[in-house]
Design a protein around this ligand. Structure first.
Ligand code: IPE
Ligand code: IPE
Ligand code: MG
Length: 245
């Protein structure tokens, strides 16, 4: 008889969110312009998406550009927009063939019309895909998202369509850009920084946090596996007492 393979009962987090940080430092360390780091970062996105899909991650949410990143020098912002344009143009078909459902969250109204159109095209083309849900946060800020949800609910209440007493967490969630998605189980940040930087503030209430010193352009499947292995060593309690019934 063949020996039984060792059983590895690792839990794959349903939803992994990543703050992809360190592109600039990656480039600086090589004497290259920061844009070179962003370009290399796009390769890491490709690798990570494939790795996550193979591992069985159902939702992958990537922080690509924050609402606060508009504060960067004009030259860097326009280089990032150029790369985003190139990435969307070259990757939409590939993402579709890999079975990824693409969604973009954030204030996309701030993007050039052709980029907004590419985003729309990607979302439409991939809307029925089920292998993995890829959400890209662009011009995204958690506080802005929560404020917008509060504004929507306030308008509904003022119009007499909503009783403020009926506002629950579940109702509030329906007003977020991530409505219908499970909360992240694992939040990874690369580059050694240990902060949230206004990413998914509401949704990460109980996410396990994993900080990696790896700079985003160097991130690959092994780093993702390492983060998931660490996730498996954590005990999630959600405020309760472990082991109690
Ligand atoms: C992350 O890399 C990408 C974006 C925020 C757009 P950075 O550009 O922040 O790289 P560092 O943090 O300066 O190294
Ligand atoms: C967060 O990184 C945003 C993205 C990774 C897209 P930043 O580099 O903008 O964050 P801070 O400024 O170091 O907090
Ligand atoms: Mg950074």
């Amino acid at each position: 008889m063949m020996p039984k393979p060792t059983q590895v009962t690792a839990t794959v987090p349903t939803h992994v969110a990543i703050i992809m940080d360190g592109n600039g430092r990656w480039a600086q360390a090589r004497g290259l312009p920061r844009t070179a780091g962003h370009r290399q970062g796009a390769e890491a996105v490709r690798r990570t998406l494939i790795g996550a899909g193979d591992l069985g991650v159902r939702y992958l949410t990537l922080f690509g550009f924050s609402a606060e990143n508009w504060r960067r020098p004009e030259t860097e912002v326009s280089a990032l927009m150029g790369l985003l344009r190139v990435y969307l143009r070259s990757e939409i078909a590939e993402l579709h063939s890999k079975g990824a459902r693409v969604r973009v969250i954030g204030d996309t109204a701030r993007f050039a019309p052709d980029i907004a159109a590419l985003i729309h095209q990607a979302e439409e083309l991939t809307r029925d895909n089920t292998r993995i849900n890829l959400t890209i946060a662009l011009s995204y800020g958690g506080r802005q998202e929560i404020t917008a949800a509060a504004r929507t609910l306030a308008q509904e209440a003022r119009a007499g369509r909503l009783d403020p007493g009926a506002i629950t967490e579940a109702l509030f969630e329906t007003c977020l850009t991530t409505a219908g998605m499970p909360d992240p189980d694992l939040l990874i940040r690369t580059s050694g920084e240990k902060r949230i930087s206004n990413f998914l503030l509401w949704q990460c209430a109980y996410a396990e946090l994993f900080f990696s010193d790896t700079l985003w352009p160097d991130f690959d499947r092994h780093h993702l596996e390492e983060a998931i292995a660490e996730f498996n060593r954590r005990q999630r309690r959600f405020g309760a007492v472990a082991g109690a019934r």
